[in-house]
Write a protein that binds this ligand. Structure first.
Ligand SMILES: N[C@@H](CCC[C@H](N)C(=O)O)C(=O)O
Length: 308
């Protein structure tokens, strides 16, 4: 099989953008889904994104499921900005307002929530318990072996996160550490998402170098890990709702004592399209756009602009 046509929705959560495919009726093996991800989520390609989201079928305990492939084709355990978009797609497909969602190795509870701002479709996700066990994060040695003098909290959401609190984010330093992890060093062969977090009064600002992608405008699971790490290190009260800002906007987050983490934020659909992909070449043709959701895109942009 060479060419294959896919219908998809381009969407974003806090500026973390993805093509989202309803894959419930599509049979493709994992290596082909990885090819689709590399073709569609290629920043220099005609669609672009921080990864590929799939709405997949559920089972007895889950109304539906989500799979997520990074732009390098690797499959992640979760993606919380993406989960809001997949939850919305699942709700719209099945006529639901709440659901338990099957992820690669865990489950999440999702629900429609009051709009963060006028016209911004808002979804609440509850995940966890997050693990602080080095083994669950994929660490083979102590965090002190990281090439950094900073102090890190390692969190499995269940995808692996390394979080540190800084006075001012130094992007070059973040990228250097992200690239160290991206090489799959002996300390953390499965790689990790690396976040630098600024405490801004009662709020957080998070910048993340994502495994399998690089610097993104936001990473939902990194914001969840950061809220938990802030609670554990006493920077924000456990159980308190905090605003988590990022380059793409913001979410609301809360970490509870049982390490369950709640993140609420936008699930914005930008356009509906279909696209032809040459699977062996991992190349996408320019998409045929069927409908643009300019009202939604505008509502999110207005909400972000109002933040100042
Ligand atoms: N952007 C995502 C996380 C995507 C997966 C991550 N890059 C990984 O490999 O773990 C999010 O919003 O959580």
């Amino acid at each position: 099989m060479r060419g294959m046509r896919f219908a998809f929705t381009k969407c974003h959560g806090s500026g973390n953008d993805f093509p989202l495919i309803d894959a419930r009726g599509i049979t493709l093996d994992d290596s082909d889904w990885a090819r689709v991800a590399r073709a569609l989520a290629d920043r220099d390609g005609p669609v672009g994104g921080d990864g590929l989201l799939l709405l997949v079928g559920g089972d007895g305990g889950h109304a539906f499921g989500m799979r997520m492939f990074n732009s390098d084709g690797s499959e992640a355990e979760t993606c919380l900005n993406g989960l809001r978009c997949v939850a919305r797609a699942g709700f719209e497909a099945l006529g639901l307002k709440t659901a338990r969602v099957k992820l690669k190795t865990s489950s999440a509870d999702v629900a429609r929530e009051a709009e963060l701002a006028p016209g911004v479709v808002t979804i609440r996700t509850i995940v966890g318990p997050a693990s602080l066990e080095p083994m669950d994060v994929g660490l083979i040695g102590p965090l002190s072996e990281l090439p950094s003098t900073r102090s890190f909290t390692a969190v499995a959401m269940p995808n692996p996160h390394l979080v540190t609190f800084v006075d001012t984010i130094d992007e070059a330093e973040l990228v250097a550490l992200g690239e160290y992890c991206e090489a799959g060093p002996a300390l953390i062969p499965g790689r990790a998402n690396v976040s630098f977090v600024e405490l801004r009064g009662a709020d957080l600002f998070v910048r993340t170098f994502e495994r399998g992608v690089g610097l993104t405008d936001s990473c939902g699971s990194a914001m969840a890990a950061s809220v938990l790490a802030a609670g554990l290190t006493g920077s924000v009260p456990i159980g308190a709702q905090v605003r988590v800002f990022n380059k793409g906007g913001l979410v609301r987050g809360r970490a509870d004592a049982d390490r369950m983490v709640t993140i609420s934020g936008n699930a914005t659909f930008l356009y509906d399209a279909s696209v032809e992909i040459d699977l062996p070449d991992e190349r996408a043709q320019p998409p045929e756009i069927h409908a643009r959701h300019e009202d939604e895109a505008g509502a999110w942009n207005a909400a972000v602009a109002a933040l100042g």
